[in-house]
Write a new protein. Structure first.
Length: 320
C-alpha cells in the first residue's frame, strides 16, 4: 500500500462489509433470492461526501477476496480515493439482511476476525492525516477490536495535534460492546473532537443528563467539543454550539429505506461545514441529503449529488 501525498477534504477510517440483502420475506432458512451489495458507516459517508463535491479518502483493510474487490472497485468508481491494505489472512466482513416480515428486518453480522477488525495505527501514516482538512470516524470502528480502537485513538490524536478538524459519529452498536465500554471509550476520544454527531440516546452515554439544550454546555466545558449535532430522524436535527441552539425539521419524503440516511446527513453537514457555510446551511444540506437517501433502498445508493438536493423544492414528479 503506497503512501499518497495528495491532500483531501475528508479522510475517513473504518469498516466496510459485504451485504447480502434477502428479497424473499420470511425466515432466512427458507429464503432463496438475494442481492449482493456492501455497506459501512464510513464508506457510506465517503461516497455521499464525494457525490456532494468533496475529495475523500477512505482507509481500511479488506480481504483478498471477491467482496473486497467489489467494495474497492465500487468506491473507486464513485470517485473515492481508496487507501486499503488487502489482508491475505483475514476475510472481508459480511452482513445479511433478513426480511423476517414485511415490516421488520434483522441484520446478521459475520465480522469476527475480519480484515477490518485487524486495523492498526501503522495502517495510517501521519502524513495522510496531516494532508486532510477533516478526519471523520465513528464509534463502530472502535468497537471492532483493541487494535482498531487504538487506530482510531491514534488518528484522532494526530489530527488534533496538527490542527486538522475531527468529526466523530458515536454510532453506538449494542451488538459490539456494552454501554459501559462504549461510554468509557467515547469519553477518551472526546477531547480530540470538534464536531460530534449522535442521537440523544447516544449522547446520554457521554453525559447522563444530556438533552439538546444542555449538550454543548456540558460537552464544551468538559471536553472542548465545538458543535454537537443531534440526529433526530423524522424530527430533523439540532445543533448546539457557542451560537446557541439551531434546529432544522426533516423534509417529508416517501420513505423506502432509512439505512444510511444518517450517514448521508453527516456527509451533507460536513461538506457544507468545510465550505464555510453557516450552521443553518449545514443543517439544511444534511437534512436534504438524509431525506433523499431514504427514498432509495440500500446503504449508500440513494445518497444524492449536489445538483439533486434541489429536488426537494420541486412539486413536479417529472423533470423535463
Amino acid at each position: 500500500m503506497s503512501t499518497p501525498h495528495t491532500s483531501v477534504d475528508i479522510l475517513t477510517v473504518g469498516e466496510s462489509l459485504g451485504l447480502v440483502v434477502m428479497e424473499d420475506i420470511g425466515p432466512l432458512a427458507t429464503a432463496d433470492r438475494a442481492r449482493l451489495r456492501f455497506g459501512g458507516a464510513e464508506s457510506n459517508v465517503a461516497i455521499a461526501a464525494t457525490r456532494l463535491g468533496a475529495t475523500v479518502a477512505w482507509v481500511s483493510r479488506l480481504g483478498t477476496d471477491g467482496l473486497g474487490d467489489k467494495i474497492e472497485r465500487t468506491l473507486r468508481g464513485e470517485g473515492v480515493e481508496v487507501r486499503v491494505r488487502r489482508d491475505p489472512h483475514r476475510a472481508t466482513g459480511l452482513m445479511i439482511k433478513e426480511r423476517r416480515t414485511s415490516t421488520s428486518t434483522q441484520v446478521h453480522y459475520y465480522r469476527s476476525s475480519s480484515a477490518a477488525s485487524a486495523l492498526e495505527p501503522e495502517d495510517i501514516p501521519n502524513e495522510w492525516v496531516q494532508n486532510a482538512r477533516l478526519v471523520h470516524v465513528t464509534g463502530i470502528t472502535s468497537a471492532l477490536s483493541p487494535s482498531a480502537r487504538e487506530t482510531v485513538r491514534s488518528v484522532m490524536q494526530c489530527a488534533h495535534e496538527v490542527g486538522v478538524a475531527v468529526s466523530l459519529d458515536l454510532n453506538y452498536r449494542s451488538g459490539l460492546w456494552s454501554t459501559a465500554e462504549a461510554s468509557a471509550e467515547y469519553i477518551t476520544l472526546l477531547p480530540f473532537v470538534d464536531l460530534l454527531f449522535g442521537g440523544l440516546d447516544e449522547l446520554q452515554l457521554v453525559g447522563s443528563h444530556i438533552d439538546s439544550a444542555a449538550a454543548t454546555g456540558y460537552l464544551r466545558d468538559q471536553f472542548g467539543v465545538d458543535q454537537v449535532i443531534v440526529k433526530e430522524g423524522a424530527l430533523g436535527a439540532t445543533v448546539v454550539s457557542a451560537h446557541g441552539i439551531q434546529t432544522c425539521p426533516a423534509y417529508t419524503v416517501q420513505v423506502d429505506d432509512t439505512v444510511g440516511a444518517g450517514d448521508a446527513f453527516v456527509a451533507g453537514y460536513l461538506t457544507a461545514w468545510l465550505q464555510g457555510q453557516s450552521i443553518d446551511q449545514c443543517l439544511d444540506r444534511g437534512t436534504r441529503a438524509g431525506a433523499l437517501a431514504c427514498t432509495v433502498p440500500g446503504d449508500w445508493e440513494g445518497a444524492p449529488l449536489l445538483s439533486e438536493l434541489a429536488l426537494l423544492d420541486s412539486s413536479e414528479p417529472v423533470k423535463r
